[in-house]
Design a protein around this ligand. Sequence first.
Ligand code: SF4
Length: 579
Amino acid sequence: MIKNRNLPGPRLNINNKNNLHKLYDLYLESERSRLTKHVDTYLKAVIVFPNYYGVAMSNLGFLRAYELINQSEFMACDRAFLQNDTSKGIISIETRQRLINYDLIFFSLSYENDFYNILSILAAEKIPFLSKDRDKSFPLIMAGGVIAFLNPEPVAPIFDLMFIGEAEAIFPDFFKNIENKNKYEIIEASKKIDGIYVPSAYNFIFDKKKPNVLNKIEHLLSCPEKIKRKCADKDYVFSSSAITTKFSELSNINMIEIERGCKRGCRFCSAGFIYLPLRESAPDDVMKTISSLGENEKAGFVGLGTMDSKNINKIMQFSLDSKKPFSLSSIRFDCLDENNLNLIKETGIKTVTLGIETGSPRLKKLINKDISNDEIVAALKNIIKKGIVNIKLYFMFGLPCEEKEDLDETINLIKIMQKEFVESSKINKRIGLLTVSFSPFVPKAWTPLQWENFEDLNILRGKKDYLLANLKHLTNLNININPLNSAFTEAFFARGSRISNNILIYSFMNKINLKKAVYAKGYNINDFIRKFGESELLPWDIIDQGVTKKYLLEEYLRGINFKITPQCFEGCKRCGVCR
Ligand code: SF4
């Protein structure tokens, strides 16, 4: 179970049973909501985020699904979260009912590292983990969210249904088909709905000799061979936080979606591929939401490439004119210019976050994010000159083909940036904080690098020590290295299979860590984090994602040959998404 993060929140001992109710009262009092729920609905639904309240409430996908479910006329949907105290089961925040008493349970999945929390929640409600072990007396249990349609397999046997794609595109058909049906009739009807995966209708056959190698996926004749991912029409992509609260990780920030998808094609980024094609929110929708913000609310512009949006300057200007401060999610260095930097400065942003990934020119080509170190340093100087004093930079290590020389290039770039940071800050007569965060590279399904391995933990430890030894003496530099074990868990499940599900449950039931569970079940760690064969059947081949496997393989080969691929363009049909 993931420990409670340092969330803003009232200081209550939430292990005390009565205090959970007090805590939920406080949370509800703090919320600003635009939602109206139908009353007298005949179905009771609950959406569960397998982490704590503060994390859930800063997740736009969770809030969007909650809002859409409540738009159905025959369902009223509550919310539930991971709790520290589960002795009285898991209760919803609104009506304080136990999960087991709902007709429908929707899980919203965003992180592989939350998989253990799914089991904690079901165990607290004494609900059998596997769909096949639950009869009609149990609620219908479903899952959606980015993890569900990236690679559902490591959790697929848990759920009766999974949503493959974007909620706006799937829910209307689903809701139309479930009215006045019982649990089994809903499952049956769902087999014919595009974008819905009924895991029990598929049988994954593994090689008897080669561990965790998939030979065949069998399916019932009543089901499609592959589940087509559904994505929202460009006119329906806009979303923003239906509820804001000061107790979310993004205290009182209303997340406003500027665009969905990304045209850049960075080869490590799963979201960049599964949300294709790029769709921009209508500026009118964005501006209407900005105008409706409450006194204490801020606008938080989100999207994979927020600064790529052709409307972003107009939107930032509108926000400033409306006296609504805004913040931005991670920015690309090559998107910053005099105009947008002035707007960012004017709103009072003191920290910008930029993903650099690597200082090595050849690895920049490998990941298809080829912004030169000179451009990066020049942009850094401009940012500081504008009076934005804190800069957070994200890097990866353990990338495919990475050698010591590549790490040295990253170290050199950080040294140059730190020097420029200190020098340029003198103009402001104030030195802020330069933070560099390193994360191990985790190969993800539906990316060109999906065939690559996750690096051996001992090698990663050596690389981490090397980075630290070379950087820790620099002044005004804060260094974070994400825990290797958590990256390992993420990597284990990101390309996991139904065998991974078996190991997940075994590890939870026996209270042993993942690695011990792998060995106890007769496997090796490498069976799960290894390089996958280019012609190998992959667990997530159950999905028709739009992007073809052929295109990803071409991109993989271009990557390991250090070739850049241009971004999406008008009339392009190369990856299979635009027809
Ligand atoms: S077909 Fe071309 S333009 Fe469309 S999403 Fe794929 S790469 Fe981008």
